[in-house]
Write a protein that binds this ligand. Structure first.
Ligand code: GLU
Ligand code: ZN
Length: 316
């Protein structure tokens, strides 16, 4: 039988819960460059299921910022328009007896709508598993994690990551929405339906990956390749945030900084350029290398490299 070469399909999956900043952009650069270097397809998927944390206008702004930076994509999807698809997937899990409604704590229930970034995952012992509760607006859907669910993620960048999901997370939440439209279920279903072959995202979602793989198995969906990359942090080692200064793309735009300066600064810090210089995103396709990326978190010092580059261009 002839070998079937599978075309690379990657995705950018922003959540419109805030403005696009340098941290999101570095991860999206790796995702986009991985795909384009392999002549692959890029999917834009807006993950807007997190009401009320989603901010009005943030989705359109993120798209505009990404286009300004030089990103493009071949297909575009909006999760809030795909709820029927998630409802069908939830129905399959219900038919298999693999989900149940839980009303235990408000915090857990609310957490079900967002991607559980590192430190945000909670263990749930299955208190409601055999209660056969009806769904209510205060409930979430939980996955019945089988005992001994030991999962190994063979990550392209992060290496081997192992987790015994029933011990670490227990019955994790899939969604809060009555019909299953929430982060974990929607992301798993969409990655499969959109034919995503590799998921590039921040490594704070690595601990959430084994749970997603369990859901893939339960729905008979394939497991894509994973590529979890380091986040940007401030000089204090904490995830890049407001306290480290304004690294929103809209801020650089307002200051008259060119997209090539932002891209060039991040490319230099990521090891794809020998010196910081303005460059267009697509000019990085031939020089991009995943191996050049430092496995440690990338420190962004507002007094440091990226802003030196940024300030130089403002002064010009
Ligand atoms: N939309 C998620 C976030 O921004 C990313 C989810 C994913 O890449 O799987 O946190
Ligand atoms: Zn419960």
């Amino acid at each position: 039988m002839a070998e079937v070469l599978q075309k690379y399909v990657g995705r950018l999956a922003p959540s419109p819960t805030g403005a696009l900043h340098l941290g999101n952009v570095r991860t999206f650069m790796i995702a986009w460059l991985r795909a384009r270097q392999q002549n692959g397809k890029v999917i834009m998927r807006m993950e807007d299921l997190d009401h009320p944390r989603d901010k009005p206008g943030a989705a359109a702004q993120a798209i505009e910022d990404l286009k300004w930076l030089g990103f493009d994509w071949d297909e575009e999807f909006v999760q809030s328009e795909r709820k029927d698809i998630y409802r069908a997937a939830l129905g399959q899990l219900q038919a298999k007896g693999m989900v149940y409604a839980c009303t235990c704590t408000r915090r857990d229930v609310e957490a079900a709508q967002s991607a559980p970034h590192a430190g945000e995952q909670l263990f749930y012992p299955g208190t409601c598993r055999d209660k056969h509760l009806e769904w209510t607006p205060k409930a979430c859907w939980r996955f019945k994690t089988p005992k001994g669910s030991h999962i190994i993620v063979d990550d392209v960048f992060a290496g081997k990551y192992e987790q015994t999901v029933d011990e670490k997370l227990g019955d994790f939440p899939l969604a809060r929405d009555q019909f299953g439209a929430g982060y974990t279920l929607a992301a798993v279903v969409d990655d499969a339906l959109m034919g995503v072959t590799e998921i590039v995202r921040g490594d704070d979602l690595l601990p959430a990956t084994p749970a997603q793989m369990l859901v893939q198995h339960a729905l008979n969906l394939p497991t894509p390749q994973y590529c979890h990359v380091p986040l940007l942090v401030g000089p204090d080692g904490r995830r890049l945030a407001k306290r480290h200064g304004d690294t929103r793309i809209s801020n650089y735009r307002a200051q008259g900084v060119s997209p090539e300066v932002v891209i060039g600064g991040l490319a230099f810090l990521s090891g794809w350029l020998d010196s910081p210089r303005p460059i267009a995103l697509d000019e990085l396709i031939p020089v991009f290398s995943l191996a050049a990326v430092d496995p440690r978190p990338l420190i962004i010092d507002n007094q440091g490299t990226i802003s030196t580059l940024v300030l130089k261009s403002v002064r010009r």
